[in-house]
Design a binder for this molecule. Structure first.
Ligand code: MN
Length: 274
């Protein structure tokens, strides 16, 4: 097991080396090339379990399926053999894996490799980030991987980058606290050797307008428009790193509290008693 191994034992007992267990999920669906590439990239780093949505579930954020039961089947395709396929969302996949379907608790959750960037405000809508966030909410170190451009160009290099990052993390002592990393990888043949920058999320402009069409029955139908261009994309942001040919690594947290504005709201809603 080498450095991936972890010593388990009680005082006075001989320790045993146990393999890392890595849970892998995505949001593009179990047939996506990015998932197969990530699974291959993790081979040999630990015991691997894959839970992935049956359908492409991009943009489903942290949705959980509560109104119907979920089914799980094992895939048999050459690149998907043994994958657990769930007829639900990315968060469903990780949630049911961690709450009973998977026999053992994993040590690490990785998600992706997504087809397209998850930077700035995208992270709020991303199923890729949500799958990792579900692991993080359950107290596990979790990482979301995305390629900056859609189309899977240089996916092999992105997979090498993912492996290198995970190897680097596994060589560290086990963390006392879980972490959530959002990693965006430029589509380049040298992605695994590019500089890595720890970034903050940038911001996008509001989305492009909705696209109105007419259905074959004559009713108006609407397509959600594409994401807006980057608005805050200066140095230090994920957008800036990716545009500069760097791998963007953004540590995320889940607390959405606006601490800075809390005093103003206290002044309005909590007036001092007279
Ligand atoms: Mn996706």
């Amino acid at each position: 097991m080498g450095r991936q191994g972890r010593i388990i034992g009680k005082p006075g007992r001989l320790p045993t080396i146990a393999a890392m267990r890595i849970l892998i999920a995505n949001d593009d669906g179990y047939l996506a090339p990015g998932l197969a590439a990530l699974v291959e990239a993790m081979r040999g780093l630990g015991e691997i379990d894959v839970f992935a949505p049956e359908q492409n579930a991009s943009g489903t954020s942290n949705a959980l399926t509560l109104g119907r039961p979920l089914s799980v089947f094992r895939a048999s395709g050459p690149a998907q053999a043994g994958f657990h396929v769930v007829n639900g969302t990315p968060s469903d996949c990780v949630h049911i894996a961690l709450t009973g379907v998977l026999g053992q608790r994993p040590d690490l959750v990785v998600s992706g490799i997504n087809q397209g960037a998850n930077m700035g405000d995208d992270t709020l809508y991303s199923g890729t980030v949500a799958a990792a966030m579900e692991g993080y909410l359950f107290g596990l170190p979790s990482i979301a991987f995305s390629q900056v451009q859609a189309g899977w160009q240089h996916l092999d290099a992105a997979a090498r980058l993912a492996r290198s990052v995970v190897q680097q993390l596994l060589a560290q002592p086990l963390p006392a606290e879980p972490y959530l990393l959002n990693i965006n990888i430029p589509n380049r043949a040298d992605a695994d050797t590019l500089p890595r920058r720890v970034t903050r999320l940038g911001r996008r402009h509001a989305s492009e307008p909705v696209v109105r069409q007419t259905s074959p029955r004559g009713d108006p139908i609407y397509w959600i428009g594409p994401a807006g261009d980057a608005r805050e994309a200066g140095p230090g942001t994920d957008f800036h790193a990716a545009a500069s040919g760097q791998v963007s690594i953004t540590p995320l947290q889940v607390d959405l509290t606006d601490h800075a504005s809390a005093p103003r709201w206290r002044g309005l809603f909590e007036p001092a008693p007279r």
